[in-house]
Write a protein that binds this ligand. Structure first.
Ligand SMILES: [Zn+2]
Length: 365
């Protein structure tokens, strides 16, 4: 039951200092239009979709409706050495030069404000702190509530609201410094984690499993055929789904692809790139809260079976504030010991009963 397991939530207010303003004139017009397109229909009042209000909404909900067994810890900034495990020196220099500035970084959606570089350093370092807490056994599991998100960030460039690849930095740290050579990363954000995939593309010691909405959908990568290269061939596993796929498809993929992959790989640590944009109130995949709970239960079981439960979550996307905050809370309840119920398949039993009732009318017996 809830409270049986301890969960550490890492939260650091410095991540709120990243607040690009899409109304600023430094943003070219076509990019501005793109941001507005993303915003339309989501009921978001901020001009830049990846805004500080996302974390404020989560924090407020956890303060007003605490989850038993969850305690909070502050975060820490990542060092240059930690970031350089997954990003090039030249890229880090480019980002560090943006300290204190407003700027536009990439061809799609990513901008910075004066506090953004520090926020990104804290996001990556806080993801490391979450991994350290579970690797040291200080906490059964951990959740790094961070932004900017990370999974689109590549070794040499920012993309998709992401500056540093937080989950990749955490995984590389676990391999290099925490005696966890084999790391499994599960990315259930609605968008494909192109950056994480690229970073570990040839690494046989990181199993990257990514379930996402299929192209045409941002960022366009993540086909079945993208499986890694060289020694890493087979340790990238993509499951593209059609938009609106829902709980049943998600859970079938977890049970029939993710669980066998984990049994084969035998990780020393399990990380989750947890986006909440698959929720039905958000962008893409029609997942319910019960769906997120069941997914968390499967991931928790994988960590228990293979690596003494070592499991850390890192926040990625999620733009509808209600489903984002309640989604995080749902995950925390399961990490704290709740037994996830199987999601309702509403109406299926009624249709089966109706079919049985009507069947005699259409048969000749
Ligand atoms: Zn996303």
């Amino acid at each position: 039951m809830i409270g049986d397991r301890d969960v550490t939530v890492f939260y650091d207010e410095r991540v709120l200092g990243h607040r690009p303003d899409a109304r600023e004139p430094f943003l070219p017009g076509r990019l501005d239009r793109r941001v507005r397109e993303i915003l339309s229909g989501l009921g978001v009042q901020w001009d830049y979709p990846e805004h500080p209000g996302r974390l404020a909404a989560i924090h407020d909900l956890l303060a007003s409706r605490p989850v038993t067994g969850v305690r909070f810890e502050a975060g820490v900034a990542a060092t240059r050495e930690q970031l350089s495990r997954v990003h090039t020196t030249a890229y880090l220099e480019n980002i560090y030069e943006l300290r204190g500035k407003n700027a536009w970084l990439d061809v799609d959606t990513t901008a910075v404000s004066p506090g953004s570089v520090e926020a990104a350093e804290v996001a990556a370092g806080t993801s490391i702190a979450a991994v350290e807490a579970v690797a040291a056994g200080r906490s059964a599991s951990a959740f790094a509530l961070v932004r900017p998100p990370g999974h689109h960030a590549e070794p040499v460039r920012a993309r998709g609201f992401c500056l540093f690849n937080n989950v990749a930095v955490a995984a590389a740290h676990a391999q290099a410094a925490l005696d966890c050579p084999r790391v499994m990363i599960i990315d259930w954000d609605a968008h494909h984690g192109n950056g994480t995939q690229e970073i570990f593309w040839a690494d046989p010691d990181v199993l990257f499993f990514d379930i996402h909405r299929a192209a045409p959908f941002y960022p366009g990568s993540g086909t079945l055929e993208e499986v890694g290269v060289g020694l890493g061939e087979g340790t990238t596993v993509n499951v593209p789904l059609p938009g609106g796929a829902g709980d049943a498809a998600m859970l079938k993929a977890f049970r029939e692809i993710l669980v066998p992959a984990a049994d084969y790989f035998q990780p020393d640590l399990v990380l989750v790139s947890a986006g909440f944009d698959p929720h039905r109130l958000d962008l893409a995949l029609n997942v319910s809260y019960e769906g997120f709970a069941a997914m968390t239960g499967i991931v928790r079981d994988i960590a228990e079976r293979h690596c003494q439960g070592r499991l850390a979550f890192v926040l990625e996307g999620g733009y509808h504030l209600e489903s984002l905050s309640h989604g995080v809370r749902t995950v925390l309840e399961v990490l704290a010991g709740a037994d996830p119920a199987e999601p309702m398949e509403t109406g299926i039993a009624e249709v089966a009963a109706a079919a049985a009732f009507h069947r005699s009318a259409f048969t000749s017996e």
